[in-house]
Write a protein that binds this ligand. Structure first.
Ligand code: EPU
Length: 429
């Protein structure tokens, strides 16, 4: 088991550069399957979710070549199966993008059904609704989703009953090579939706409206490979904003698109964090305590659910009582018991968390139960008095590139430790 050991209560100072967006990368990599040729993708984050997606592509026959740490060339000329490998696909939910991409190009796809997860039930009924509307037969059996369209896919209108990032992207992937026009209504508007659409357009697709709730995709006969650079990660940037605020000090968050961060900047400003915006960076300065603030998570441009746990840490350090309402996932408060071990006072009732501010958080051994929960515990550890040991950091490394190095450069005392088996066993008992 690997853990981070953090000696907290040290102000952060300096500059941090934000990596490419995880949730764009894990969609753009399978989107490369739509081309019978090579695509070059730059600003890929070096994280385990990306390595997994690249391995899945290799296993279906793609030739994947790393040009350097953040640039990859994917040649999909020799794909020999439309079945995503079960052992890898079940490890990452974004493997469901193999369905849209394979169906789009080969009219056939099979991927393991993504099960429930730490955030609660995660159905894919809206993805399936879209594939069926395009003319595919979709069968869910024995843990697999099989989609077939032997006669080809035909443009159509799809109204999403729920604003879903995954369904919006998957339907775009399936529709780009379909016959005629597809219209997705009530589409998700996240920055990575626009990024995937831009990537597809750069390869010859004809998509307009991405970033609004109506996306129109005019099917094209063929797409050709190209070069594309992924946008900076909105949530990684937001997490460093939260870290800079919680640990006080002064941090310049570089290589970002400030517009994508407005929903986060607005709430942090309401809490009393001082944020100065530049063209492609933000300067974050803060002093404790923060001002109590209420937050409701919503699809973009609302406050992102993926920043909810990190924001909760800041509200623990606010004067008075704040309230968070989770508007996207059914179960995103599993980190609360861990924060309570550090002295947080939080009551959860269904989708609502009521947070009573405390003067200080105190270091403690805690466990990362998912990616953003883990990031929040790191933020808490940076602000806390004493030592925080964050266990199960593999969750964090799914989505944050070099987090230990980046924080260390800002002056944090954080070390990545491989725990000897004995210690891990003792803890397990
Ligand atoms: N939903 C349905 N039916 C569907 C699809 C979604 O009911 O067919 C529901 C979900 O259960 C959820 C809501 O709709 O309640 C939104 O789900 P969405 O489909 O938007 O989520 P996703 O595409 O599975 C992506 C991110 C998540 C992020 C959410 C919301 C990726 C790979 N994952 O998931 O990111 O929380 O959008 O913004 O893009 C993370 O990065 O930590 C993470 C969990």
């Amino acid at each position: 088991m690997t853990e981070y050991v953090i000696y907290g209560n040290r102000p952060l100072k300096g500059e941090v550069s934000i990596s490419g967006a995880k949730n764009a990368a894990v969609a753009i990599i399978p989107a490369a399957l739509l081309v019978n040729g090579k695509s070059r993708i730059d600003n890929i984050p070096e994280i385990s979710d990306v390595s997994l997606m690249l391995d899945i592509l290799r296993r279906v026959g793609a030739d994947v070549r790393l040009i350097n740490r953040s640039c990859v060339e994917i040649d999909c000329s020799n794909i020999y199966t439309t079945k995503a490998p079960y052992d890898l696909a079940r490890m990452i939910r974004a493997s469901y993008y193999m369905l849209g991409a394979m169906l789009g190009r080969f009219r056939s796809a099979q991927v393991a059904l993504p099960g429930g997860c730490d955030l609660g039930v995660r159905p894919i009924d809206q993805h399936i609704k879209g594939f069926k509307a395009l003319g595919a037969n979709v069968d869910v059996q024995s843990g697999f989703v099989t989609a077939e369209a032997p006669d080809g896919l035909c443009g159509t209108s799809v109204y999403l009953d729920i604003v879903s990032v995954g369904a919006t992207i998957n339907i775009m992937l399936a529709a780009v090579l379909a016959e005629g026009m597809t219209v997705i209504e009530n589409a998700a508007k996240e920055p990575h939706i626009v990024d995937v659409a831009n990537f597809l357009n750069s390869m010859g697709a004809n998509i307009i409206g991405a970033g609004t709730d109506v996306i129109k995709i005019r099917g094209v006969k063929k797409m050709t490979g190209g070069c594309y650079t992924i946008i900076p990660d909105q949530i990684e940037a937001g997490t460093y904003m939260a870290a800079a605020a919680a640990a006080t000090g002064e941090v310049l968050i570089k290589n970002i698109i400030p517009k994508h961060l407005e929903c986060i900047t607005a709430k942090l400003t309401e809490m009393g964090v001082e944020i100065t915006e530049y063209d492609d960076s933000l300067l974050v300065r803060s002093r404790l305590p923060f001002t109590k603030t209420n937050i409701k998570t919503l699809p973009y441009p609302g406050f992102p659910t993926d920043m909810q746990p990190q924001a909760a840490v800041l509200l623990c350090l606010a004067e008075g009582t704040s309230m968070i309402t989770e508007g996207v996932w059914e179960n995103r408060y599993r980190y609360v018991d861990e924060l309570k071990r550090m002295g947080a006072q939080i009551q959860v009732d269904g989708k609502v968390a009521v947070i009573e501010g405390v003067k200080k958080l105190l270091g403690a051994p805690v466990r990362a139960c998912d990616l953003r929960a883990g990031a929040a515990l790191v933020v808490a550890g940076l602000a806390a008095d004493g030592v925080t040991e964050v266990e199960d950091v593999s969750h964090i490394e799914r989505g944050y590139e070099n987090i230990v190095e980046k924080l260390s450069r800002l002056g944090a005392q954080i070390t990545r430790m491989q725990m000897p088996d004995g210690k891990a066993l003792a803890k397990a008992r």
